[in-house]
Ligand binder design. Structure first.
Ligand SMILES: CSC[C@H]1O[C@H](OP(=O)(O)O)[C@H](O)[C@@H]1O
Length: 337
C-alpha cells in the first residue's frame, strides 16, 4: 500500500496472483469498501489502511462527523483488533488536536503506525527464527493463510519468521495450506514465496494432518487477528484444527503477531466476534459454481485456538511460551504499553 498525497493506493488482493491491479481510495468510503471487500486484508494491513482512511476522512468531514465516520470505519470487519486499535489511535489524535491542519496531524500518526509495523515485523522475524534455531533445525514447517507483506505492510508476521528462518538455513520443507475458501495461501502466500525465491509445496487444507504426521512437521507457524488477555488466539478458519493436530503429533504451534493484535480488554476468545462471510465465497470460484443453488452455507472465516494449545506467541517485544494471562500482562507491563 502507498500513500500518494491525496489518495491511498492498494494492491487489489482479490486479483492476485494472475493480475496486479491497484485499487485507489480517494475518500474514506473507498477505504471502508476496500476492507469489507478484502481488496486489502490481514490484521496489521487492515489497521494501517484504516489509519490512512482516517486521513482521507479528515479532509472531508468536520470533527463531529469525523468521529462518527471513524466509528463506521472501525466496523468494516469485526475480528481483527488491529482495525479497532488503529481507529482508536486516530480518534485520540482528533480529540486532542489543538492546532495546525488536522489531516496533516493524522497523516503523521498513520505514517507512524505504518513504520512501527514495519519495524515490528523485523523484530518478530528475529525472535521467531531464533526459536526455530534452538529446536531440531533444519526442520519441516507448515503455515496457514497469508501472513506476509500483503497482510502486514512489512516483511510479514508468520511468513516473516519463515523467510528469516529459510535465509538462516533452518527449513528443510515448507508446506503452505491453500486456505479455503478465499485461498489466501495458494493465491497470496505462494505468490509472495515465489517472489522471495523460497521453495515450498502447496497443499489442500485437508492434507495438513497427513503431512504433519508423515513429513514429521516440527512447527506450525501462523499469524493472528486477535489475541485476548488469557492468550486465546483468533485466526483464519482452520487454525484451531492445526493446533489440535500439532499437539497430537508433538509439533509446536507458533503464533506470530505484533502487540497491535493483542486485546487485553477482552478476557478470552469466547468474547471475540467471529466474522462470517457470504455463501458465494464458498459456492463459487472465479464465477464457476461449485455447489447447487440455494444450499445452506455456514462460512465462519475465523476460529479460536485456546491458549493451552499455543506453544509460543512471538511479538516484537519478546516471546511468550505457554501463554497465560499473567505472562501476557507482564509482557505488556514490561513494554509500558
Ligand atoms: C498477519 S495477520 C494475517 C491474518 O489475517 C488473515 O485473515 P484475512 O485474510 O481474512 O484478513 C488470517 O487470519 C491471517 O492469519
Amino acid at each position: 500500500m502507498k500513500w500518494c498525497g491525496d489518495h491511498l493506493q492498494l494492491l487489489d488482493q482479490r486479483k492476485l496472483p494472475v493480475q496486479q491491479q491497484y485499487f485507489l481510495c480517494y475518500q474514506v468510503a473507498d477505504v471502508i469498501d476496500a476492507i469489507k471487500l478484502m481488496v486489502v486484508r490481514g490484521a496489521p494491513a487492515i489497521g494501517i489502511t484504516a489509519a490512512y482512511g482516517a486521513v482521507l476522512a479528515a479532509k472531508q468531514h468536520d470533527t463531529a462527523e469525523l468521529l462518527n465516520t471513524l466509528d463506521s470505519l472501525a466496523q468494516a470487519r469485526p475480528t481483527a483488533v488491529n482495525l479497532h486499535w488503529a481507529v482508536k489511535r486516530m480518534k485520540k489524535r482528533v480529540i486532542h488536536h489543538q492546532e495546525g491542519q488536522l489531516d496533516e496531524c493524522l497523516l503523521a500518526e498513520a505514517n507512524e503506525i505504518f513504520q512501527q509495523e514495519i519495524v515490528a515485523n523485523q523484530q518478530m522475524a528475529a525472535y521467531g527464527a531464533e526459536l526455530i534455531a534452538q529446536s531440531n533445525a533444519p526442520c519441516n514447517i507448515l503455515t496457514h493463510c497469508n501472513t506476509g507483506r500483503l497482510a502486514t505492510g512489512g516483511s510479514g508476521t508468520a511468513l516473516g519468521v519463515i523467510c528469516r528462518a529459510y535465509q538462516q538455513g533452518l527449513i528443510s520443507q515448507l508446506f503452505v495450506d491453500e486456505t479455503r475458501p478465499w485461498l489466501q495461501g495458494s493465491r497470496l502466500t505462494c505468490w509472495e514465496l515465489q517472489q522471495a525465491d523460497i521453495p515450498f509445496q502447496l497443499n489442500v487444507d485437508g492434507a495438513a494432518a497427513h503431512l504433519i504426521k508423515t513429513e514429521k512437521v516440527s512447527w506450525v507457524i501462523v499469524g493472528a487477528d486477535r489475541i485476548t488477555a488469557n492468550g486465546d488466539v483468533a485466526n483464519k478458519i482452520g487454525t484451531y484444527s492445526l493446533a489440535v493436530l500439532a499437539r497430537y503429533h508433538q509439533a509446536k504451534l507458533m503464533v506470530v503477531a505484533p502487540l497491535s493484535t493483542c486485546d487485553l480488554s477482552m478476557a478470552s476468545g469466547s468474547d471475540i466476534p467471529l466474522e462470517h462471510r457470504e455463501a458465494t465465497e464458498l459456492c463459487y470460484l472465479a464465477e464457476r459454481q461449485l455447489a447447487p443453488d440455494n444450499v445452506a452455507v455456514n462460512n465462519p472465516v475465523f476460529d479460536i485456538t485456546p491458549a493451552e494449545l499455543v506453544d509460543f506467541i512471538v511479538t516484537e517485544r519478546g516471546i511468550v511460551a505457554n501463554p497465560t494471562a499473567e505472562k501476557l500482562k507482564n509482557l505488556f507491563e514490561a513494554c509500558a504499553v
